[in-house]
Design a protein. Structure first.
Lengths: 129, 76
């Protein structure tokens, strides 16, 4: 039986996004089904152009920028391309931030709402970042 | 015997070496050997674990001058 990992990203800090991406990528390439929901302050970092740099929350976040730590953007892409992770933007956050589907990274799925995501995560573990 | 495909992931942190190995493995043929070079201790534990879980063949894992050399054969 395939295990399933559901990841909810709401924080826009580098550490939270990095940890979520590490779990998503590692689980996806290890054969788990992975479903990621991106909302609140996390969404802004998934646009293609004029993407801001996620601020560090503390020491690790600052050091990651100086060392060869794979960026969370690459890890989420690996999760979707090397594994089979599905990464969904939150439709509410899209509207609040005035972000269109076409402005998001190509590996991001179509926006969904909470009802759809809740139905999607009825099975498996849920992690929130 | 052909030389293994080398993946130089030195100085990359977890899970970078694993991701670099998988990207190279996706381009390799079944039966090909890959050699991953990593300086990340966590990856030296995690990569053999991943190889075992996914069903490839771990050929060797050794440390030399602070570098881990992990050899794997693509099995499927």
């Amino acid at each position: 039986m395939t295990s399933k990992l559901n990841i909810v990203c709401v924080s826009g800090t580098r550490e939270h996004l990095q940890m979520a991406a590490m779990f998503a990528a590692t689980a996806a390439v290890s054969g788990s089904a992975v479903s990621v929901f991106i909302s609140m302050n996390a969404l802004r970092y998934f646009v293609k152009e004029n993407r801001p740099s996620a601020p560090a929350e503390g020491e690790i976040g600052q050091l990651m920028g100086q060392k060869r730590v794979p960026p969370f953007e690459d890890l989420f892409r690996h999760a979707a391309e090397l594994g089979d992770a599905k990464i969904y933007p939150c439709s509410m956050a899209m509207e609040v931030l005035d972000i269109l589907d076409t402005q998001l990274q190509p590996y991001i799925e179509k926006p969904i709402g909470l009802t759809t995501y809740l139905a999607d995560i009825e099975e498996g573990r849920v992690m929130t970042f | 015997m052909s030389k293994p495909i080398q993946v130089d992931a030195r100085n990359s942190f977890c899970p970078g070496p694993l991701m670099e190995m998988i990207a190279a493995m996706n381009l390799a043929e079944v039966g090909d050997e890959l050699e991953i070079l990593s300086t990340d201790k966590g990856s030296a534990d995690d990569i053999p674990e991943w190889i075992k879980k996914v069903g490839h063949e771990l050929l060797d894992c050794r440390k030399e001058d602070e570098v881990y050399y992990i050899r794997v054969r693509k099995a499927k």
